[in-house]
Structures are given as C-alpha cells and as structure tokens.
Ligand binder design. Structure first.
Ligand code: NAD
Ligand code: UGA
Length: 465
C-alpha cells in the first residue's frame, strides 16, 4: 500500500525551499506544508508583505495559501515531528577550508538537518534530499537516520533534486520539463518513491515524473548543471574567436542552434555565467572525479569554470584598453548587479568580479540594479578582495536609476540583461556623459547601430570588441 503524504515539512526557506514548497501547497490543498528555517529574519519576511526573495509570480502563490495550508516558522522540532515527508533544502556551499577546500560541497548543513530529524522524530518519515549534493550523500544521511531508528520508527530516503532557475522559478515549478525522484530499489524504497510521485502528480503529468535509483538522481543534478554551464562556456569561447575574426556570435549561435541536435537554448554569449550553483556544482563534480581517480574527467569539467573566469577577465581588460589604458578616476556606470534578470540574487554575479576589478584600477563605479539593495552591493564588494571600507565608499556609489548612474560617466557597462536597459532613452543619456561616450554591452541586448548613430562608441562582446 502506498503511504499517503498529508503533512510536509521543508528544512530551509531559501530560494529553493520557499518557492518549491509554496507551489506544492498551492497545488495540493489536501497537504499541509510547513517551511522552517533557523534564520528568524528570513521567516519573518516570509510571513510579511515583503517576501525575502524576489521571484515573479511568487507573491500571489504565497499570499493565496499562507495561513491555510502553507506555514513559515522557526519551530523546527514541531514541524519535523508532525510531518510524514521532510524536504532537506538547506544550503550546500563550496567548502572554504579543510579537505577539498575550494571544490567539495560543504555538507555541514545537510548533516545537521539530518541529525535534527533523527533526534526529534517520533514516527516514520520519508526524508527527501532537495539540496544539490555530491553523489552518494544519501548514503551518509541513511547511516545517520538508521542509527537512530527503532522498531517503531523507520526512515526512507529519496533524492528529488530541483531544476528551477531563478527569475522563472514559478513557471518552472508549475510546468517542469521533468521531476526526478531517486530511491532505493527495495520494496520500501519504491513505496516511498511512489508517495512523492503522488504529491507531484497533483499537477505534473506522470510521464514527466522520472523515477531512478538514488545515485543516478544525485548525479543527474550535477550533470544537468555542468552540461548547461558547459554550453555557456562553449559559446563564450567562440565569442573570443568571433571578436578576432569578424564573425558575429549571435549569428553563429543562431546558425548552430537551428540544428535540432544542438538546439537554441543556453547559447547566449555573456560576460560570464553567475549564480549560486553552476560554479559550485561543477567544482563539486571536479572533486568527485578526482576522488574517483579520474583526473582527465576532472580537468575536462574544470575547464568550464576556467573559461568563465577568462571571459570576465577578458571583458575587463578590453574595457581598460579601450578607455586609453587607464580607468583611474574615470566614472564607470555599471548597469545590473544581479547574476541574471528578474532576480535580486547576486551570488557569484559576474558584476561583482567586474566591479572589484574596476575598483582595483581606481575607477569611480556607479551601480544601478532594479532589484538589488545598496546593503547587498556593499556587502558583496566588501569581502573578500576589497577590505578597506573607507576607500570603497569613495569609489562606489549606488544610483536610483540607469539615468542617474550614467550621468557624467565615461562608460556604461551592461552586466545584467534587465529588459528596462533595452528601453532607455539613450539620446538623453548620451547628452549627459563625458565624450567620447562608451558602451560595453556584456549581454548583447542593445541595438549597437542605433547607439552609434547617437554618437556612442559601442563594444559588444562576441561582435565588435
Ligand atoms: P539558500 O541559502 O537560499 O537557503 C538555504 C536555507 O537553509 C537558509 O535560509 C538557511 O538558513 C537554511 N538552513 C541551513 N541549515 C538549516 C537547518 N539545519 N534547518 C533549517 N534551515 C536551515 O539556498 P538555496 O539557493 O535555496 O539552495 C538550497 C539548495 O538547493 C542548495 O543545495 C542548492 O545547490 C540547491 N539549488 C538551488 C537552486 C537555486 O536556484 N538557488 C536551484 C536548484 C538547486
Ligand atoms: C541554473 C539552472 O538553469 C537550473 O536548472 C538549476 O536548477 C539551477 O542553476 C541551480 O541548480 O541552481 P540559475 O542559475 O538560477 O539556474 O539561472 P540560469 O538561467 O541557468 O543562468 C545562470 C547564469 O548563466 C546566469 O548568470 C545567466 O545570465 C547565464 N547564462 C544563461 C548565460 O550567460 N547564457 C545563457 O545562454 C544562459
């Protein structure tokens, strides 16, 4: 008989736990969903009118179900005790020190969440790995949980990695390409897998729900991110060839993407990919390969990250060279600080690296982003790399609009592809800039010809750079 899930608890109210479980509550009115976090400020924000993360469509869903079958709390123990199924959706950052530092995932939060479940559970639970973890992490979780089980309490472990992208999280969750559920291929494991299948089947067509063994599921998540990031590094590598030959990267991407075997998605050249996961997950895969004594495989994936770093460096060097080999005291308007449009998330954003480099070169940097707060920008630029706060305040100012950011500027640098940057009145902007006025488009979103007619000197990555 299949276990019917009636109460879900999610440990971790972040970019994944919050939206994912809010959508489950929205689609499954017969299930109570409680999202818990140790961070009180974050939970307070989830319970307020201003949610802690910006994600199109999220407010509507949360406001509709909150207090009905969707709850946010810091009362971890009670939520765990009451739940039939628990998602572990905590952060798994790259380790900063110790064994595997700089590559391996830090599993301390996953372990502490697992121990909490083991210590407080008074009845059987299905425990679901939602966080992105190295292959075979479920084994360690199972060992901890089984050491604490008895004849009245058993734990089943599932892997259910999340594939949402920020900025489109709600549409991704409402209409996923697939949902992946890995489980032990034992009668109990298959029963647990089926219980989670039935939760998703409230709104996801069953042919889109894939069931696999635990390890395939864990590895598929790292593999999917590595493959996506590898496409971006491939197109960015080609962008350098375009600049040196007169080919146009948009035309090359379009021509290649029309081949149905290649496909058009994830071929947009850029100033480099950012976000909390691509780099972290590839480094995790590199570490795993090394641990498995597969150095050639490790080197292959490492190159995807190296190329991304090269792309950012290349962009900055080109800007400095074009601005007559010095940007000391020049005003650079940086448009966009989030790692992509439609999110306020700045984790691993290319803009951070770029701004730090401009500051190191003694430029005056004026930043505008429609969704990132001033505090967040200063936090990101302060550590590590730029530790002198006083000089940071002299070098960096935050503008309230793209117009304000570009006033008196020597150059505009487009770092995030926000739609509003396409619609600006560039004639008005040009009039108030120092001449010659430069625009460096790191996202290929502007109409270069139109800007040149206004008088701008336009440099677009992968084109005329
Ligand atoms: P996040 O940092 O936004 O959220 C994690 C939350 O977990 C934090 O609020 C933290 O306080 C909380 N937490 C840590 N330990 C806890 C514990 N023991 N009990 C309760 N709460 C605890 O991270 P995120 O972006 O939501 O990512 C979570 C996981 O999902 C990561 O493994 C990530 O790789 C993966 N992932 C992220 C995305 C994304 O778009 N951000 C997409 C797919 C997968
Ligand atoms: C990515 C994956 O797309 C999700 O499937 C995955 O769940 C998630 O990582 C994760 O595991 O965290 P996300 O990082 O939110 O999602 O956003 P993406 O749309 O993948 O963009 C990542 C970065 O690549 C951004 O900086 C974006 O601007 C850049 N990018 C993307 C390009 O430079 N070119 C492209 O063609 C696509």
């Amino acid at each position: 008989m299949t276990t019917q899930v009636k109460k879900i608890c999610c440990l971790g109210a972040g970019y994944v736990g919050g939206p994912t479980c809010a959508v489950i509550a929205y689609k499954c009115h017969d299930i109570d969903v409680t999202i818990v976090d140790l961070n009180e400020a974050r939970i307070d924000a989830w319970n307020s009118d201003l949610l802690p993360i910006y994600e199109p469509g999220l407010d509507k869903i949360v406001f509709e179900r909150r207090g009905k079958n969707l709850f946010f709390t810091t009362q971890v123990e009670q939520a765990v005790i009451e739940a039939d199924l628990i998602f572990v959706s905590v952060n798994t950052p790259t380790k900063k020190s110790g064994l595997g530092a700089g590559f391996a995932a830090d599993l301390a939060y996953v372990e502490s969440a697992t121990r909490k479940i083991a210590n407080v559970a008074k009845s059987s639970k299905i425990v679901v790995e939602k966080s992105t973890v190295p292959c075979r992490t479920a084994e360690s979780m199972r060992t901890i949980l089984e050491a604490n089980s008895n004849e009245n309490i058993r734990f089943d472990i599932l892997s259910n990695p999340e594939f949402l992208a920020e900025g489109t999280a709600i549409t991704d969750l409402l209409s996923p390409d697939r949902v992946l559920i890995g489980g032990l291929q034992t009668p109990d494991g298959i029963r647990a897998q089926q219980a989670l299948v039935e939760v998703y089947a409230h709104w996801v067509p069953t042919d889109r729900i894939i069931t696999t063994n635990l390890w395939s599921s864990e590895l598929s998540k790292l593999a999917a991110n590595a493959l996506l990031a590898q496409r971006i590094s491939s197109i960015n590598a080609l962008s350098a060839i375009c600049e040196a030959t007169g080919a146009d990267i948009d035309e090359v991407a379009y021509a290649c993407g029309r081949d149905t075997r290649i496909g058009p998605k994830f071929l947009k050249a850029s100033v480099g990919f950012g976000g909390s996961c691509f780099q972290k997950d590839i480094l995790n895969l590199v570490y795993l390969s090394e641990q498995l004594n597969l150095p050639e495989v490790a080197a292959y994936w490492k190159q995807v990250v190296d190329l991304n770093d090269y792309q950012k460096k290349r962009f900055v060097s080109h800007i400095i060279k074009t601005l007559f080999n010095t940007i000391t005291n020049k005003k650079i308007a940086v448009l966009g600080f989030a790692f992509k449009k439609d999110t306020g998330d700045t984790r691993e954003s290319a803009a951070i690296t770029l701004c730090k480099d401009f500051i190191q070169e003694n430029a005056k940097v004026r930043i505008y982003d429609p969704k990132v707060s001033t505090e967040q920008i200063f936090f990101d630029l302060s550590a590590p790399g730029v530790d002198d706060h006083e000089s940071l305040n002299k070098r960096v100012t935050i503008a309230k609009s793209a117009y304000e950011a570009s006033e008196d500027a020597d150059a505009i640098v487009i770092t995030t592809e926000w739609d509003e940057f396409k619609e600006l009145d560039y004639t008005k902007i040009y009039e108030k800039m120092h001449k010659p006025a430069f625009i460096f488009d790191g996202r290929l979103i502007l109409d270069a010809e139109k800007l040149r007619n206004i008088g701008f000197r336009v440099h677009t990555i992968g084109k005329d750079f």
